[in-house]
Design a protein around this ligand. Sequence first.
Ligand code: GDP
Length: 234
Amino acid sequence: MAGEDIRGAAGDSRNRLNPNAPKRAIPSLKATFIKSSSRTEECPPPKRPEFAFIGRSNVGKSSLINKLVGHRDLAKVSQRPGKTQLINHFSIQDGHWYLVDLPGYGYAKVSKVLREVFSRMISHYLRNRENLVCTFILVDVRHDPQALDLAFMTQLAEWQLPFAIVFTKADKLTKAAQVRAVENYQRRLLETWEECPPNFLTSAATGKGKEALLDYLEGLIPVFVAPQSTEQNP
Ligand code: GDP
């Protein structure tokens, strides 16, 4: 299974073989909602490589998830009342990997106590989910580095959990401003870190960055080893 083209038989291998071939739209991924969980223990068995998406509310997480898998309404499931603060699992390509939509953090409309509960839930999930391969932290490319995002990244680094930064809403800036914003963000990180995590510049509006992000994610799948306590089969 490892390394298989998760985009199916109609994948874009032709373009890879022949760079002059006309660009084709990336086919949709088969994606199905599995469940929403309030605790790590309730999540599906950890037998598939898992990728989590998180960011401040309104960062464009639902739009990006929908764009990535090519379904207009997929992440709506997680936005239904009561589900926005849960760990939402989606099965991609019949369980080839799991996509996890985590609650947005820094959500101003909930009380401090509730924020604490959510952040404990997220922390527990991140630290204990054995099959979590990488967490994608979404940040709006238009904003200067925010303390909350930086603190979250620092925490993941301290826990030695792999993560990548996904800049969203690139289409809202000119190309030059996009470059400036990403450079600015990296410069800020390098003030305290030795190196920057992988980062991707994306737009749910134009599809920019989708292929690079999926290529990166796919490239991580072969390194996944299912925890011994779980079965190998879906
Ligand atoms: P979430 O709260 O993080 O899930 O954010 P949403 O996906 O619901 O997006 C929040 C708002 O930003 C919505 O009005 C989206 O239409 C808009 N939005 C999200 N992604 C993009 C993008 O790539 N480009 C533009 N122009 N708007 C976006």
